[in-house]
Design a binder for this molecule. Sequence first.
Ligand SMILES: [Zn+2]
Ligand SMILES: [Zn+2]
Length: 354
Amino acid sequence: MNNINNFIYKGAIHIHTNMSDGSGDFNTVIKAAKKAHLDWIIITDHNYYDTNEGIFDSLYVIKGEEISPKRSDHYLAFDIKNTIEPCDNPQIYVDNVREQGGFGFAAHPDEGITVDDNGNYIPRKNSNHCIPWTNKNIKPDGIEIWNWFSNWADNLDDRSLYKLAYSFIHKHKIVKSPSKITLNWWDKLNNEAENIVPALGGVDAHALKIYKYIIPVTVFPYKTCFSTITNFISLPKELSKDFAEAKKQILNAIKFGNNIIANRYICKELPKIFVTNTKGYWYCGNEIEFDDKCCLHFEANQIFDICLIYNGSEEKKYTTDKFIYPITKCGKYRLEVYFRGKGYLYTNPFSIKD
Ligand SMILES: [Zn+2]
Ligand SMILES: [Zn+2]
């Protein structure tokens, strides 16, 4: 039986080092992650994978790969054995990852297009350099529903010097919430699938260095990124001191969706969100047996705006610090939590089954 006091560990996923187009080396990234109070990170360089992993200064460092063709279909691959080459058919590397015993997430799948409150599609104005997932019939194992850097770039208004300067300084105002298009695709995949199609949040940290008047300026340093979109995994047991075992614990939590995605810049409090039934407590990503005691709980110390999504459709809205929702039918439930008008937290689905 699960316990209400599961162990929660904070991590950042989707990080580039100087092994691809990031500016920092391994140690720089680790120092920044420690400063941002993370417990674990997953480094995913473009088309590069190595096994320099382990526990460094009590930070768990795992390696994956961002399989990156030039123009589209980037894929975050985890638990692989060797570097996987990109090609122009994503189905090939989606399959390759599975053949190596791993799993993967479509990265920034709708980069370059946003949708306004009226549902109108707005293409990114500022650049042709967008890298979407082009064929939505090719199904990844999971989806990166929120990518900090990509979200920032998509919400840039234009490239005038004034707007650019504004966007750099007020970077946190610009990152609002995951793309509605991506959330809709995620819900659709979940509606079609028997099991949970998990989501994760990525930072896409590069700490790019721009040489202005010969002095390098770091754009979005690692620590800045690491203090934003965070994955809060929930484990029934403490993270093992043995790295191989801990790696399994972290990767399984991501693979099965025992993971809440939240932007720590927006709010510091992680509300308690869980389902109970006669058998105990359950975290998101769990398959839960339906019974007459089945309830979804939300507990926080401050007021949030919360949207309860059932099988991809809005079921109920709350503005509250606490609620208990009695579950009366099977299906997939997830929460979107807003704080002061901005997207803050997205749970993976709770799957209720007969
Ligand atoms: Zn990418
Ligand atoms: Zn990337």
